[in-house]
Write a protein that binds this ligand. Structure first.
Ligand code: FAD
Length: 468
């Protein structure tokens, strides 16, 4: 009797505890992916990236011997139908930690169990599951450094054995066509551009890890803040779909640390920021909607406005901020330093609600991760745990001088230059025609003077403090 493996954000065959356990049962495996309602709210770029990731993973599974079955509909109904069709007696999956997925999975697990099906879930998306890490008094961590100290010497365990071959069910099981799901439809003009920049799949992820660990990791601590340089791992687009195991990254990174690679520990610390984000999101599931610090509920953020729209389009007149937003729209990625500067400009100089920025990132990032995105925005806005205080306002020019001293990053996205740099051309190619952008021409005028924007932000903050 076959076992259904329900894949979600775990599109890999290496270090996959659930799949290894499934294979160990000796049963034939039916690999399944369900496009259920949880994907309806996915932004255009993450949805496109999911499609690309699924195509790569389906090819990988086909080589391993068992084709990926694609089905659409409410997860429980799809599973029950497939159980009836195949006679499967077990369903396994890897756990997710956002509240809607947990509620869905809990309900499905109990329904399957009452129907006599062995429903089992496994870890694998994180190094340590959120509930496992606790403070001495038994609660969640709210500050990063003690969290890091708690996990730094904690062994996430040995890797699960790599799967090379899957025993398929000898049944003719219907699958949807991936193309029919049209996961890239909302991208319009941008899909072809994104395809130039994304590197979907497990093999690309493992290549990137290997390439990073033999080179850039050495200087990571000094160079990771310079957006023009290929100094970071670029693993985020893979981690969000589980194309790489965080435990694989951890062990490989630690081995480099022990061998004396100077940047390896800093790199591991960054990986642990992702863990921390999920720890926070698990314990505060409204983190993507509500200020983590309740007093911030009364701060008078600006709502939707023409300046917010100009920010989204990379037309603020601040070259560093515009480069970040153009990078986002063209490539589906922004360098971390540029994310912080763009987010700070929106929430401070434009005093615009961080949720407006969060939603735009969720629409455009191929590495979109609900926990890291929410933590990042609340960190910059000042409303999060362990956040930068609101009055610490990044000066985009100062940041540019420090982290892009030769203007290389800014120039890459300047379609106002002649000849138009290739990434700037990508931005023009991806941008909706309605934005009316054309090569050459004058650069946008600043939406607000840097000093005036800063003062207005500080005044709003003081007024709020005085009134709250
Ligand atoms: P590296 O520097 O090579 O780091 C390795 C890994 O560590 C990353 O892949 C990532 O998984 C993790 N990591 C590094 N920095 C952070 C961080 N600050 N927070 C959480 N995890 C981190 N990251 C996402 O993956 N998805 C998001 O949607 C996202 N939104 C963000 C929004 C804002 C406003 C900010 C300030 C940051 C956001 N980040 C997000 C975090 C960070 O910018 C990216 O993880 C990082 O730029 C990815 O590049 P990399 O893989 O080359 O990182």
């Amino acid at each position: 009797k076959p076992l259904i493996f329900w894949f979600r954000r775990d599109l890999r065959l290496h270090d996959h505890p659930g799949l290894a356990a499934a294979v160990a049962t000796g049963r034939p495996i039916v690999p399944l992916f369900i496009l259920d309602e949880s994907f309806e709210t996915l932004g255009a770029a993450p949805k496109w990236r999911l499609g690309a990731g699924l195509a790569a993973f389906a090819a990988r599974l086909a080589r391993a011997g068992a084709p990926l079955i694609l089905r659409r509909g409410p997860a429980r109904a799809v599973l029950e139908a497939l159980i009836a069709e195949t006679g499967a007696e077990a369903v396994f999956w890897s756990r997710l930690y956002d509240a809607p997925a947990r509620a869905r999975d809990t309900e499905i697990k109990s329904a399957l169990k009452s129907a006599g099906i062995a429903a089992q879930s496994f870890p694998g998306f994180l190094l340590h599951e959120p509930l496992v890490i606790e403070t001495k008094t038994g609660g969640p961590y709210k500050v990063y450094t003690p969290y890091w100290r708690a996990v730094r010497d904690r062994d996430p365990g040995a890797e699960a054995p790599e799967i090379h071959e899957l025993r398929p069910a000898s049944l003719d099981i219907q699958s949807d066509n991936l193309e029919d799901w049209r996961l890239g439809a909302a991208m319009n003009r941008g899909a072809a551009v994104l395809a130039k920049h994304a590197r979907p799949g497990e093999a690309a992820a493992l290549d990137r890890l290997a390439a990073f660990l033999v080179g850039p990791v050495e200087a990571y601590a000094e160079r990771r803040d310079f957006p023009a340089e290929p100094a970071t791992s670029r693993l985020s687009e893979h981690l969000t779909l589980g194309e790489i195991s965080p435990r694989r990254i951890w062990h490989a990174g630690r081995a480099r640390m022990i061998a004396g690679a100077p940047g390896a520990e800093t790199f591991l610390k960054e990986l642990v920021w992702r863990e921390f984000a999920w720890h926070l999101f698990f314990h505060f599931p409204a983190m993507d909607r509500e200020s983590w610090r309740p007093e911030w509920a009364s701060f008078e953020w600006q709502g939707e406005s023409p300046v917010a729209e100009a920010w989204r389009r990379g037309q603020t007149g601040e070259p560093f901020v515009d480069a970040a937003l153009r990078e986002l729209f063209a490539t589906g990625f922004i360098h971390n330093r540029a994310r912080m500067v763009a987010a700070s400009y929106l929430t401070k100089h434009l005093r615009t609600d961080w949720r407006i920025g969060l939603a735009w990132f969720a629409e455009c990032l191929i590495d979109w991760d609900p926990a890291s995105n929410a933590m990042g925005w609340q960190w910059v806005a000042g409303s999060g745990p362990d956040a930068a205080p609101y009055f610490r306002i990044f000066n985009p020019d100062g940041q540019a001088e420090k982290f892009d001293p030769k203007g290389t990053y800014r120039r890459k996205f300047m379609y106002e230059a002649t000849p138009v740099p290739s990434l700037a051309q990508d931005f023009l190619d991806a941008a909706p025609r309605a934005w009316g952008l054309a090569p050459g021409g004058a650069r946008p005028r600043p939406l607000v003077g840097l000093a005036a924007g800063r003062e207005a932000a500080l005044a709003a903050y003081q007024a709020w403090r005085a009134g709250s």
